[in-house]
Design a protein around this ligand. Structure first.
Ligand SMILES: [Zn+2]
Length: 202
């Protein structure tokens, strides 16, 4: 990545880039940009470096499709995790949310989205085939469906339970109690922890 020529638009470029970030409106973009202008060069360099490093060093785990910095992710490479259960989530950030509860010690599988006919996303667009492959050797006894409690999350869970149950694997769904239509990642740790512990067979 080579620096752009000094065309007098450096500040505008920063404002444009910051404004593209989720949750950052024009006002916040300005506040961050002016903060960085006043910060010392070393602080700005650390931020830029952290952004570059995360893009260079973090990739998808080839087993569960969560984020990984080594060959496989921290969960997949941890021999103390319970390999008899797989918790299925839609996004890598859901793994972080469930890990924070401390209530789950098995493995994960990240689908990379949810089934959404409106957006033309079916099971083929998600990591469903890879999930079924992980169930093939019979080591996994339970699959916990932890997609969000909204319409698409429920559709995805229903589909998965239909294709997984015939394999003789126990299929469970997080207990209700999570805010309907809410995102897993915004549920507090206690509520989410309880939903995992009180999961029910589907
Ligand atoms: Zn993994």
């Amino acid at each position: 990545m080579s620096p752009s020529p000094n065309d007098g638009r450096a500040l505008q470029r920063l404002l444009d880039e910051l404004g593209r970030l989720p949750g950052i409106g024009p006002k916040s973009a300005q506040r961050i940009a002016y903060y960085l202008l006043e910060a010392d060069a070393e602080e700005a360099r650390r931020l830029a470096q952290a952004i570059l490093e995360v893009k260079q060093q973090v990739h998808f785990c080839p087993v569960c499709f969560s984020y990984a910095t080594r060959e496989t992710c921290d969960v997949c490479s941890d021999s103390s995790r319970d390999r008899a259960s797989i918790c299925v989530v839609s996004e890598p950030r859901d793994v972080q949310a469930i890990e924070r509860t401390g209530s789950y010690h098995g493995l994960y599988h990240v689908l990379g989205g949810v089934i959404s006919p409106m957006d033309k996303i079916g099971p083929e667009q998600l990591h469903v085939r890879e999930l079924l492959q992980r169930l093939a050797d019979g080591e996994v006894k339970e699959v916990i469906l932890a997609t969000n409690p909204d319409v698409e999350g429920e559709t995805t869970a229903t589909y998965l339970s239909r294709v997984i149950r015939p394999l003789g694997v126990r299929v469970t769904r997080l207990a209700s109690g999570l805010p309907v239509g809410g995102d897993l990642e915004y549920a507090d740790e206690v509520t989410l922890g309880r939903a995992i512990e009180a999961r029910r067979e589907v």
